[in-house]
Design a protein around this ligand. Structure first.
Ligand SMILES: Nc1ncnc2c1ncn2[C@@H]1O[C@H](COP(=O)(O)OP(=O)(O)OP(=O)(O)O)[C@@H](O)[C@H]1O
Ligand SMILES: [Mg+2]
Length: 318
């Protein structure tokens, strides 16, 4: 189990007063797992991610990396190499004159020789879907918004972390940038990386996450498989959160009397459920195909078929 949080609380202290940002959060990130975190603005999502990557220390509770408390100096050092985090709007931190220099910065800083750095930059750019030959010598500041963000993400994965933490990776991107970023995340899933992602987009969470944690005012109010969490439409709406479009449409069809199951996570799954409800005989066959039609199930299955549980190993194998 790469990351475990036990009853973790965090309070920001300042002259203006204290803000209790997180209250007794417990969670587990499995090897190769994908944990989605959702919550209204100010609910504590970014604070939680920053605790997981060791930027702050919990005010109470413990964070364990492979069973060892990250409060210990040795474990903390390991955390910094094994857990990579892309902050909200990571492109704001681009600074180097060329893409290759920016992406290779952390690897160079970690003492790797120039050949190793170049290999890592090549692998990282390939993983985020950018061609090395075309982009390496360009200035990161001359790229589109989506490309800039993928360059910033390449800089995080160039150190080949085992756990990747993403804070709203698609926020503010245009449709093309968004598609590029989703394809990148899909590749990370296929490699079996352990991922934690915060998003305000419920479709993205439904597509990738195996487990969802819902925050409200710093407390965890729901936790479980996305099909279970997203079946609580009314409770989520009460805290200003939506559900995936597929579940939204399914809810209105249910109101019209169509007997659809709860927790429909993708439009493909909805189409299959409608067919099954309207023509049970035909629907049974469609239902069998649903797993493969569902993006999330698809990418998980690929990741496992690979037999690659460790993101770094997988990234090296590219
Ligand atoms: N440096 C800080 N000092 C004091 N309070 C802070 C600080 N950073 C965040 N907070 C407060 O902690 C709470 C949680 O903030 P956080 O940024 O974790 O929320 P969030 O869920 O990521 O919000 P958003 O969706 O807007 O990104 C908020 O009440 C916020 O105002
Ligand atoms: Mg935030």
């Amino acid at each position: 189990m790469p990351l475990v949080l036990e009853q973790v609380s965090y309070t920001y202290r300042s002259h203006e007063g204290n803000v209790e940002a997180l209250k007794e959060i417990s969670l587990q990130l499995r090897e190769g797992g994908f944990l989605g975190i959702i919550g209204h603005t100010g609910s504590g999502k970014s604070t939680l991610l920053q605790l997981m990557c060791g930027l702050f220390s919990p005010t109470a509770g413990r964070i364990l990396l492979d069973g060892a408390d990250i409060a210990l100096k040795q474990t903390r050092r390991r955390l910094h190499t094994e857990v990579g985090m892309a902050f909200q709007y990571p492109e704001h931190q681009l600074f180097a004159p060329t893409v290759a220099q920016d992406v290779g910065f952390s690897a160079r800083n970690a003492g790797m020789d120039s050949e190793e750095v170049e290999q890592r930059v090549r692998r990282a750019l390939k993983l985020v879907g950018l061609d090395y030959e075309r982009f390496a010598t360009l200035s990161p500041f001359d790229l589109s918004g989506g490309e800039k963000r993928r360059v910033a993400l390449a800089g995080v994965i160039a150190t080949e972390p085992r756990v990747l933490i993403l804070d709203e990776p698609t926020a503010g991107l245009d449709p093309a940038g968004r598609l590029g970023m989703l394809a990148t995340i899909e590749r990370f899933c296929q490699l079996g990386m352990s991922i934690v992602m915060v998003s305000h987009d419920m479709d993205d969470i439904a597509r990738f996450a195996q487990e969802v944690l819902v925050l409200r005012d710093g407390s965890c109010v729901m936790q479980g498989h996305p099909s279970e969490v997203f079946s609580h439409t009314d409770e989520l709406r009460a805290i200003n959160l939506g559900v995936p479009k597929s579940e939204e449409y399914a809810a209105s069809l249910r109101k019209s009397g169509l007997p659809l199951p709860q927790g429909i996570l993708t439009l493909n799954a909805l189409a299959d459920a409608i067919v099954a409800a309207v023509r049970p005989e035909q629907g049974a066959d469609h239902g069998k195909g649903d797993c493969r039609a569902d993006g999330r199930a698809d990418c998980r299955a690929d990741g496992r078929a690979d037999g690659r549980a460790d993101g770094r190993e997988a990234a090296r194998g590219l």
